[in-house]
Design a protein around this ligand. Structure first.
Ligand code: ATP
Length: 298
């Protein structure tokens, strides 16, 4: 028996970052949208544990026990008080690695669901969500998909209504950015300035509910953008290239370096993607839509 799970990437249409907490994390108001770039996680019975990965960034993916998919399999087995059964996990990766699109989190959620199915454990959904939260702040959303507001460090989710399909282009950079390094740079740039409690923007939530791309474009906000630009100044050229090609708005996706461009319709997304590919400011550009379902058994 083989089980394959498809898991989406995310973009943060709002990422409001509070001051650093005592535990080193930051309180967030994090509005997630699942977007149509996917990884597939396949679980097959094996004599021992084995992890393999294919895809354009496969060389950058650790194949040791630190891989989030491996940690997810172990966490699931531990939750049920069993030794991790022998399993071959294969990651077919299409989500950029260290790209600010929660690729590792997607693999963790995918591995949890794939192993839960393969091992016939039938873990209740709330338990799966809590295992996800222990694995990483973005992992619960990878399981859930759609659209959601994340509070706490992003793991306390409230699903959100979305009244239509949004069209995006993702400009994939060469090389990644470390999420902890981007948060550190954000704190450094803020210095001693007072940082308000992070709040979800009512205008943004209304734009999502109405499915209105123009209103959403005006409300997009990422508190990590200045830090990502500080660490990777060339992203300013990418953002400019997408906007001058006709995007309604552009922003850094999460901690970057992927840049996300919201467009009016699918045809404009194709035009913007073509222009970005020709601009020389990114490795490639991917048109896609949102929202899309979370981890799904194929
Ligand atoms: P986020 O948007 O959640 O901050 P990201 O998309 O920027 O994350 P990931 O692709 O999740 O970043 O990878 C971050 C780091 O995690 C990688 O550089 C890699 O060392 C490690 N990692 C562990 N497991 C995985 C995995 N399954 N896929 C990719 N990277 C992984």
């Amino acid at each position: 028996m083989t089980v394959t799970v498809r898991v989406p990437a995310k973009v943060n249409v709002q990422l409001a970052v509070g001051p650093p907490r005592a535990d080193g994390f930051h309180d967030l108001a994090n509005v997630f949208l699942a977007v149509g770039l996917h990884d597939e996680v396949t679980a097959t019975p094996a004599d021992t544990f084995r992890l393999t990965c294919t895809g354009p960034d496969a060389d950058a993916v650790p194949l040791d026990p630190t891989n989030l998919a491996a940690r997810a399999a172990d966490a699931l087995a531990a939750h049920h008080g069993i030794a991790t059964p022998g399993v071959h996990l294969h990651l077919a990766k299409d989500i950029p690695v260290a790209g600010g699109m929660a690729g590792g989190s997607a693999d963790a959620a995918g591995a949890l669901l794939a192993c839960d199915t393969l091992w016939n454990l039938r873990t209740p959904h709330p338990d799966l969500l809590s295992l996800c939260a222990d694995l990483g702040s973005d992992v619960p959303f990878s399981l859930l998909g759609g659209a959601a507001l994340g509070r706490g460090r992003g793991e306390l989710l409230t699903p959100l209504d979305v009244g239509g399909t949004f069209h995006w282009v993702f400009a994939v950079a060469d090389g990644g950015l470390s999420t902890p390094a981007v948060y550190r740079e954000c704190d450094r740039l803020r210095g001693t300035a007072d940082v308000p409690e992070p709040q979800a923007s009512p205008a943004l939530l209304t734009a999502l509910r109405k499915g209105d791309p123009h209103a959403l474009a005006g409300a997009l906000a990422n508190d990590l953008q200045a830090a990502a630009l500080s660490l990777r100044p060339s992203l300013a050229d990418t953002l400019e290239a997408g906007k001058s090609a006709g995007a309604l708005a552009g922003l850094v996706s999460g901690s970057g370096p992927t840049c996300a461009f919201l467009t009016e319709d699918a045809a404009t997304a194709e035009t913007v993607a073509d222009a970005l590919r020709r601009s020389g400011t990114c490795r490639t550009a991917r048109p896609t839509t949102s929202p899309t379902p979370g981890a799904t058994l194929l």
